[in-house]
Structures are given as C-alpha cells and as structure tokens.
Design a protein around this ligand. Sequence first.
Ligand code: NOJ
Length: 513
Amino acid sequence: MPEPWWKSAVVYQIYPRSFCDTSGNGVGDLEGIRRHLDHLAWLGVDAIWISPFFRSPMKDYGYDVSDYCDVDPLFGTLSDFDRLLEEAHRRGLRVLIDWVPNHTSDQHPWFVEARASRESPRRDWYVWRDGSPERPPNNWRAAFSESPAWTYDEKTGQWYLHLFLSEQPDLNWANPDVVAAMRDTLRFWLDRGVDGFRMDVIHCIGKDPALADVAADVAAIPYCALNDDPRTHEHLRGLRALLDEYPGDRVMVGEVFLLTTEQVASYYGNRDELHLSFNFVPLYLPWEADRWRGCIDEIESVLGRRDAWPTWVLSNHDQPRHRTRYGGDEGRARAAALLLLTLRGTPFVYAGEELGLEDAVVSEASRVDPGGRDGCRAPLPWDAQEGHGWAGESPWLPWPPEPATRNVAAQRRDPSSILHLYRCLLAARRGSPALRSGTIETIDAGAAVFAFRRRCGDDERLVLVNFSEEAARVEFEGQWRIEVASAGVGTDEVFGGLLPPGQALLLVSGKAD
Ligand code: NOJ
C-alpha cells in the first residue's frame, strides 16, 4: 500500500477573510484564493486548508455557521468554490475545508426552530437544561469571556449550552438525527471533491450527559479546553468510516485543543479515528533548545506507540504569529521555519508566515474579534502599491508591519528573502525521502543546539538549530554539506562545524560536487 498523500504533504492554511479581496468589500474571497494558486504552486506547498467560508452571521468570523452547504456571499458562491477546487486540483494542490461540528450559529434554521418552543421537533438538537434563571446548570465556562457556557432563554424558560459565544449554541451529538444531519454536510463537500476536512474543536462533540461540574481548581479554564469524553471517540470512528468510503485518501485533521500529547494521541484511536490531529503543545513552548528537545522526544514516543503521524503548527488564526511570540526577530522566524519543515510529520504553514509577517498592531478602535485575535489575522500584502493587491480601499483589519517591503512581490524578487527560504525548504523536503517520511532521532549537540537526524534507507539529513545568541561548535562523523541555511537559503558548502548564533542548518551527507 502506498503511503497516503497527507503524510508527506505540507498544508498551507488560508484564513479567507485575510488572503485577498477581489470584490472590493474589504474582505478576502474565494476568487482571491483562486487568483493566487499559481503563487502557492510556485511556493511548493501540497495542500491548502481554507478556514470557514460558509454562510454565517460572522460573530466568530465564520466559525458560527448558519448553512453548512453554501458559501457566504461575502466570499463568493458555490460555483466560485467549484472553480477554485478544480483549478487547485489541476495544479496538484489538494483542498481541505473547515468543518465546524460542535456548534452552529444561533441563526442556523435548526437552532431557530429548536429555540421556538420546548415542543419543537428539533429542540433536542441542542443541549437544553432546566434551572433557575439565576443559576446556570453547571460551572462550565465559555471561551472568550469569563461567563458561563450557558444562556438562559427567557421565552422557553431553559438554559442552552454554548462552549463559545452565546451565538454559537452547541449541537447535541447524543441525538442520532444530529449525527445524521452533520454526516450529510460532510457528504455534500466530499461529493464535490474536497480532499478532507480540518475539524473544529472536534474533541468537544461528545459530552458527559450528566453535565457534571468541573473541579474548582480548573473552573476558570474554558470548558472547551477540558472536555475529553469517551463518546467523542465513537463519533470519530463513525466519521472515519464515512471518509474511508471515498476514494483518494480523504483526510480528517482534528483540532484537539487539549494541551497534553497523551490526550491528543488518544484521538487517533487505533488508526480508526482522526488521520491527523493538531498538537498545540509545541506551539506554546518558549524558544528554548531543551524544551523543544524534550517535547519532540515525547511526541515521538507517545504518538509512536499508536503509529500515529504527528502534525506541526507554529502559527494559526487563533494565536499571535510565532515571529511575534518569539520576540520579533526575523532570524529566529527563519530558524523556526527550518525546524518546522524538517520535523517528522505533517507541517502546517499559516499564510503570511512565509513572508515573516508579524502581528498587526490593532488599535482599540479597530479591534473586532471577541477573542482578541485580530493581530494574526491582518490582511496579506501582495505588492508595494497602495492597496497591496487588494481591490477595496481598506481591508477589514489594518496591514501588518512594513507592508511596502514585506509583501509577496518584493520578496519574490529577492532571492535572500524568507519567502525564498520557505520555498527552498519545501523543495528540499519534497526531494528527500528522509525528510518526507524517514525516522527522526535527536542527537546530543550541547545545551544550546537542538540537533536531530532524519533517515530513510541511504538518504540522510541532519538538522541543527542554534537556540542561543552565541556561535556553537558541533562535531559529527562524516562529511556534511549545507543544503539550506536559515540565514541565507540554499548553499552547497561543506559544513565546517561552526553554527552561527541563532541560526539553523539543514545538512546532507556527502562531499560537495
Ligand atoms: C477553534 C477555531 O480555530 C477558532 O477560531 C474558533 O473561534 C473556535 N474554534 C470556535 O469555533
């Protein structure tokens, strides 16, 4: 059996609002993605994941869906999507879409009907509980606020559950009709030809029917970061079987927002639940060699026990960009890119990190997100002109820093740019079985340097990341050439044993030609 495509793929995340606006409404759209497919093919990614573009009142910018089977007019139409999918496939790019199964919008017809009366046939599609208007049914907390995960519905005199905003009521996955309806939404997109799904907070769909209080010491943590119920695994096995009915290795990548690798690993099941699961443990690590070494060893051993394939994420639309988190230095962002793209597993690149973007500085007046995540969602600058390649006058959020120079066109012209570094790393990965699918073994190279070896048959690579601000001397047996240096891009020099401050190197065995 050949390995499924998603094991050796690099996935590029597009937050559609922020990618490129062609209609002039200040919000990116599907056509904006289509027009830049050639750029993504040039960059060398294998797949794109598009964050939600479905009909939505946009209280959580698309993660509050009011129709799972249509495109919000802000982003275009279903035919725009079909065209985008077809043109992406023509270029060899797979397309993943975002599926939001834990909750709908409160404007979804299902919830409108459920809310209308206690006798509504769809009442039980959501989670309702009795209780006095003063006291929510339990102590679960919603995300984005310090409020309870419950809203009291005056008209019908019951509380409904929402792990996120009150405009995002939780679906009741204990009801088989909900399961069937949600499976239909998957089929809708699978039949159109999508290659898979990123599944939003998938670990939350199964819930303890007793809705028991959480312990007081964790009661301040949003419940979406705590829910870890066995029922979810049953649902996942059903969803996996559904995807597996389709040809072409359709993939489900789950967002499991639980912050231990052990918990994340359990959502792979026995190769019968998620194909891939996000693991955000590394995303929260400081930029320190020993922390990364320990974390990678742990991931290898914990996921290895289940034969589960790791994923790597440094940035996404919910967190400050990693360049910003690591202190703003581009050199460090370059070293992080080399690390991300040489680890064993499937890396996810968040649009804009290949430009070395920092978070935008968003004034109080311009903030729009209830979760305070505006900075990492700033629009992508395509060129140096006013408007930076966006059709409208002003996009929905301010530009990230330095758009006149830090934009796609300028960086494509500059072979030493971070954009070219990403391209070079992606090409190196594609060309090396060791990097795509080989084993990984961490090596002792002193306290400041994190080093590991990747191997597949005769193909071998060494990766060295100097986390310190001082040069480090490292010695290995054999001859090694520098294939990619984070500070430059591709080189072909023999490695002399000196690793400059803050830099990372990808080494290939053998003498220079
Ligand atoms: C996780 C998504 O990544 C985030 O953007 C969203 O707000 C929540 N899930 C709720 O859907």
